[in-house]
Design a binder for this molecule. Structure first.
Ligand SMILES: [Zn+2]
Length: 297
């Protein structure tokens, strides 16, 4: 098939992208359409080594590659760029999952209607989102490989309304920092990590409280018990990318910390011990660009 593709001309058939589709997803769908391996197809489109990996293409697309892809796919290079995570600061990469982890049920139905059943939207990898940036609907966790239930795992997340509103505000604030510049994004990542610092149980804790506690539990009591009751694993593949079912609570905690940085930092500090407290303090320093100085003078 590859000999049928001209090295200088646009592809003979160009598939229509679905709204907000990731560039890597669009390219992957073309590779499948032309019966080629992704690596073969990318080698054909991009002769240089820059951006041969689909992950690199989404995170950091060189200008020359955007121009070249634009020519092959008959579209403006600015459109090509908009299909990547172009709007994120480099430091925001900690929040971008290498694989799709979630989807919007409403937008997925629309993608199916448009013939893009395998399309992956930009929001699918954005590990701080709880709502769809296209239509505002709640996101659902992607079924694990082998499962075929697209009805929406986690669509019925049990989140109290009050928390949900705070979480939506936390999502908006976090996105603002992640898209602002590297300094703000790095500070936002540090702020979020402060919430995840482990804390010990009280000496008189009930023996059933054998789950892991995080500092955020001091700002939103009950979040760790909720995670334990809902069998949410303690360890996540990507450190700051929380499972969707507790992400809302963490975003609400993020908002609370931003609202009153100093007193809430001291609450977090008071519930941590030893090297975890040191970690919290180091993160607090890194978060200064958005939280301000955290020590009472
Ligand atoms: Zn949507």
């Amino acid at each position: 098939m590859i000999e049928k593709l001209d090295h200088a001309k646009p592809l003979p058939v160009i598939l229509k992208p679905v709204p907000d589709e990731l560039l890597s997803s669009w390219l992957r769908r073309h590779a499948t359409f032309y019966g080629l391996k992704q690596s073969e197809f990318l080698r054909h489109l991009l002769s240089d080594s820059a951006g041969r990996l689909l992950r690199v293409i989404d995170m950091q697309l060189p200008q020359s590659a955007a121009e070249r892809l634009g020519r092959f796919l008959r579209c403006d290079q600015a459109e090509i760029l908009r299909m990547t995570h172009w709007d994120l600061a480099t430091e925001a990469r900690w929040f971008v999952s290498p694989e799709p982890i979630q989807f919007c049920p409403a937008c997925r139905s629309r993608a199916l209607e448009l013939g893009g059943q395998d399309a992956v939207l930009r929001g699918a990898q954005r590990g701080w989102r709880i709502t769809c940036s296209l239509c505002g609907a709640k996101l659902s966790q992607l079924p694990k490989t082998g499962e075929d239930d697209w009805r929406g795992i986690g669509a019925d997340v049990e989140i109290p309304t009050a928390i949900w509103e705070e979480a939506a505000e936390g999502e908006r604030l976090l996105e603002q920092f992640l898209t602002k510049n590297d300094e703000a994004a790095a500070a936002a990542v540090a702020t979020f990590r402060m919430l995840l610092v482990p804390r010990p149980h009280l000496p008189n804790a009930h023996p059933e409280q054998d789950y892991k506690l995080r500092a955020v539990d001091a700002l939103l009591p009950g979040i760790d018990a909720f995670a334990a009751q809902n069998n949410i694993p303690c360890r996540w593949t990507n450190h700051v990318i929380a499972p969707l079912r507790i992400r809302s609570s963490l975003l609400a905690g993020f908002r609370r910390l931003l609202e009153k940085p100093r007193p809430r930092f001291h609450i977090l500090r008071s519930v941590t011990l030893g090297h975890y407290r040191l970690r919290l303090e180091t993160l607090g320093e890194q978060a200064t660009p958005i939280l301000g100085p955290l020590w009472f003078s």
